[in-house]
Design a protein around this ligand. Structure first.
Ligand code: ATP
Ligand code: MG
Length: 405
């Protein structure tokens, strides 16, 4: 089969292929971008595979960076663009069901395509638009089937992450797992235990963000892969409920975590250990905690001023965006306006500071200052008192008098 129209992203990269060919080697577009072009989807990364060895690529192109030379990948810098060029390779001596510990550079395209995970990811596209399809990937694409290249049992044994990749492609593309591929994932799901959480995390998030999340989650549960993912073993039922939640696609990672945690019925306190087990960053955990807390409130009532203040604008919007997943209407403009109307947006905006307290009250510096400032902050946010120095000092004096601090 030949592509009628070569997409712009490939057109720009054609001179690179030509240069490699002029030097006497083969070069092709490979991987996810070829699949995406055939599906009519947007391309995000253009990967090039070649029979030239890394040292030979570096001789052809003046500007290169060794990004993964041990795996045969060289980054070629070309005017505005940069391209990952990877030497054809085979992978051998898989230990512990993880990535290969040894890759061998080869001159044969077929060998390179054979090591790829699924037939729809194993196309190569020639410079003239000809699609090389050694494993009937075009038929699978047509029939919306996800099929492992070669013997699925062996392929998942070589690298168990491929099972999670398979599930996320189901979720992204809405394809069915081919019968034997499904059966092999089911049989081998326990091998996921050997895979680093970081790699599983990346695929799991892609699964949750997929357009066909329902199908992806159903397969995640049916193959029992979920039970070898961090802290999910007890939650098969909840994951299926999550699958049924709504068909609306999730498009932000923080939304995925909040919705998942909500579906699992975790408490605020359980969020950190859960996300730590998934090796999420502290930043991502903090945002998830805030948005989860905001959501529990916002599901039943409008934002209050203190909650908007505590969340800040960004997290308040992230919270508001989640309402449609629960069949509730949202109004982002109203949230922005309500936030804008807050009298203060941070402690810096308060008309008094610790300095003012020390100057005004005959007291030694201490914990009382923070307590007074917090009281004043709350009172101003709730518009109990205006944000004026005199008023605030009177308010502080009254609090100190009442022995509140
Ligand atoms: P995406 O669109 O999400 O980037 P992709 O298929 O391009 O999906 P990449 O991780 O970018 O995924 O990998 C590029 C290509 O490398 C894949 O299409 C596949 O051919 C091959 N590949 C990636 N990971 C594996 C793996 N674990 N086992 C076998 N082949 C793989
Ligand atoms: Mg890719």
């Amino acid at each position: 089969m030949k592509l009628e129209v070569i997409p712009q992203e490939y057109q720009t990269a054609l001179p690179i292929l030509k240069k490699i060919e002029d030097a006497g080697f083969e070069a092709y577009f490979v991987g996810g971008s070829v699949r995406d072009v055939l599906l009519g989807h947007a391309i995000h990364d253009v990967d090039i595979a070649t029979s030239a060895f890394p040292a030979e690529i570096k001789e052809i192109f003046p500007r290169t960076i060794d990004v993964g030379i041990e795996h045969g990948t060289v980054l070629v810098l070309d005017e505005e663009e940069q391209y990952e060029i990877t030497t054809f390779r085979t992978e051998s001596t898989y230990q512990d069901f993880r990535r290969p510990d040894h890759v061998e550079f080869v001159r044969s395209l077929e060998e390179d395509l054979k090591r790829r995970d699924f037939t729809i990811n194993a196309f190569a596209l020639k410079e003239d638009g000809e699609i090389i399809d050694l494993f009937d990937g075009l038929a699978d694409l047509e029939n919306k089937v996800l099929r492992a290249v070669g013997n699925p049992h062996e392929r998942f044994h070589e690298d168990a992450l491929r099972m999670m990749r398979g599930l996320r492609f189901v979720s992204q593309l809405g394809f069915q797992l081919e019968q034997e591929t499904f059966a092999s994932i089911y049989d081998n799901h326990a091998l996921l235990e050997k895979i680093s959480v970081e790699r599983i995390n990346i695929e799991f998030i892609k699964l949750l963000l997929g357009k066909y999340r329902r199908q992806g989650l159903q397969m995640f549960v049916e193959t029992e892969c979920y039970s070898y993912c961090p802290k999910l073993r007890a939650y098969g039922e909840s994951l299926l409920r999550f699958a049924e939640l709504t068909d609306q696609q999730i498009n932000k990672e923080v939304h995925a975590w909040v919705l998942l945690i909500d579906q699992l019925g975790l408490s605020n306190k359980e969020i950190r250990p859960f996300m730590k087990a998934w090796k999420c960053s502290n930043d991502s955990i903090r945002t998830t905690q805030a948005v989860f807390m905001g959501l529990q409130f916002r599901k039943t009532q409008a934002f209050t001023k203190p909650l908007l203040y505590v969340l800040g604008e960004e997290q308040a919007i992230l919270t508001e965006e989640l309402l449609p997943y629960f069949g509730l209407e949202n109004d982002i403009t109203a949230v922005k306006e309500a936030y804008r109307q807050l009298v203060i947006h941070s402690l810096q905006d308060l008309a008094i500071s610790g300095h003012d307290l020390l100057a005004y009250f005959d007291k030694k510096p201490g914990k009382w200052m923070k307590e007074i400032l917090t009281l004043c902050e709350q009172a101003v946010v709730e518009q109990v008192i205006p944000n004026e120095k005199k008023e605030l000092l009177n308010y502080a004096a009254a609090a100190i008098e009442k022995n509140e601090c």
